[in-house]
Write a protein of this length. Structure first.
Length: 62
């Protein structure tokens, strides 16, 4: 489990869908020296199956 403090004062700059289905890559700001990125393996069916069901877009929560 990741500690919340690792993400304190971080902003998500970009969310990219990986070529591999079900993986999202998040770019964070401010970036650390290692050009920080988070990679999420998404088990959520809406994310994993969104390519097969484009006619039912989900609204983004803000």
């Amino acid at each position: 489990m990741l500690n919340d403090r690792q993400f304190h004062n971080k902003t998500i700059k970009a969310v990219k869908r990986s070529p591999i289905d079900g993986i999202l890559v998040l770019d964070l700001l401010p970036q650390s020296k290692s050009n920080e990125r988070l990679v999420f393996w998404c088990q959520h069916p809406d994310i994993r199956s969104s390519q097969q069901h484009p006619q039912h877009p989900k609204p983004h929560d803000t």
